[in-house]
Design a protein around this ligand. Structure first.
Ligand code: GLA
Length: 383
């Protein structure tokens, strides 16, 4: 949830700039406990929608224009809907690409004022939150009656339009989030199994490294292509294998070409196993078992999948010195952004200051810390 102050500011700005909005959309970001770079490999993930969110006031206009106001950035755009196509420039692309993916009638103009408290470029899916929230809002406002599963696909197409060949973990977590619960999503059949995370004793914190990333500019797409290419190699010899999920250690050792590709595939196979173990731990109420799994995940993301950075490896190693911190790993696509940390009890102020100070001395980046807890997915309210 964003603050009542922000909602009031969004509404006031909308009234000042346009007229009265018709709907108000609240869209969470997402955290991921474990299961990274597995979604586009038909694998398993264990994310949850978070309380931090993007809020939008949305209404129709009769001007055939898309008028956007970003409160956080103090920027706005006015775009002729007639000219809208998949775009990669500035933040207006999230809205334009959503409309293109939805095939929205260009005669129906839309006004939006939005703001929120999800850090940008922090690997917490602020861009997916904008895309998913806007799609959910337009779906409601124009009576498209799309299902949630279809909107997840639309949001993913819209984001592919910015040049990122991503999976659908973020959009699924954002649409299907539920207060107090994390979810295992199985991308073989898109099934979702929810697990209660209501424990007074354990908390998740995101440590934002301050190392911003725009995944489109990273090697994210290269990682995906390496995985796809390994599947093609194995399939040529063993046609039963259609996805990386179905590969065995022997396929990797004997068929996949090159040490780098072998490491990437090994990460995916082992990460799926870690998600399975994490789900078992959650159903048995053994939260502390998640810690070592998260640590193994980080090691593998750093050494096998190579999506960590020296700054984040340092952050993880320092974080592990905190006595009641049970697990730490880089979260999301990688190459910067946040780590997710499992803590028994609460983080002590003295530990936070020491970590911040060491991290700043070593990297020159400022660390920011936020607690995250599982929240509901997108909500659309008629005003
Ligand atoms: C980004 C992508 C997701 C997923 C993660 C890595 O967040 O949007 O689809 O691939 O990276 O797990």
């Amino acid at each position: 949830m964003t603050t009542p102050k922000l909602s009031a500011k969004i509404m006031a700005t909308y009234k000042e700039r346009f007229d009265s909005p018709q709907i108000y959309v609240n869209t969470p970001g997402r955290a991921n406990i474990i299961g990274e770079h597995t979604d586009y490999n038909h694998g398993l993930v264990l994310p949850f929608a978070i309380e931090q969110s993007i809020c939008m006031a949305i209404g129709r206009n009769s001007l055939k224009k898309l008028r956007l106001v970003a409160l956080d950035l103090g920027e706005d755009f006015e775009i002729d809907l007639i000219d809208v196509s998949f775009s990669q420039d500035n933040w207006s692309r999230y809205f334009k690409n959503a409309l293109v993916a939805m095939g929205h009638n260009t005669a129906d103009g839309i006004d939006v004022v939005f703001g929120g408290n999800i850090p940008h470029g922090g690997g917490v899916s602020s861009s997916s939150a904008i895309t998913c929230g806007f799609i959910a809002g337009i779906n409601y406002l124009f009576d498209y009656e799309h299902t949630v599963d279809y909107m997840i696909q639309l949001a993913s197409q819209a984001e592919n339009g910015i040049g990122l060949n991503g999976g659908t973990m973020d959009q699924t977590a954002i649409f299907k989030g539920e207060k107090g619960k994390a979810m295992v999503i199985d991308f073989q059949d898109f099934s979702v199994t929810k697990y209660s995370l209501l424990s007074e004793d354990y908390r998740f914190y995101l440590f934002n490294s301050g190392q911003k990333h725009n995944l489109v500019e990273t090697e994210y797409n290269v990682r995906r292509e390496t995985c796809d290419s390994a599947v093609r190699q194995v399939r040529a010899i063993d046609p039963r294998v259609e996805t990386l999920r179905q590969m065995t250690a022997s396929h990797i050792a004997n068929i996949v070409v090159g040490e780098t590709a072998k490491k990437r595939c090994t990460h995916v196979i082992e990460e799926n196993d870690r998600v399975r173990s994490a789900a078992i731990a959650l159903s048995a109420g053994n939260m502390s078992d998640l810690g070592p799994l998260m640590n193994q995940s980080h090691l593998s993301l750093s050494q096998n999948f190579e999506v960590s950075t020296s700054e984040i490896d340092y952050l993880v190693s320092q974080s592990m010195k905190i006595k009641n911190l049970l697990g730490a790993r880089i979260m999301g696509g990688g190459f910067g952004g946040c780590t997710i940390n499992l803590v028994k009890g609460e983080l002590a102020d003295s530990d936070i200051s020491e970590l911040k100070s060491n991290y700043h001395t070593k990297t020159n980046h400022r660390l920011s810390i936020m607690e995250v807890s599982p929240s509901d997915g997108v909500t659309v309210e008629r005003l």
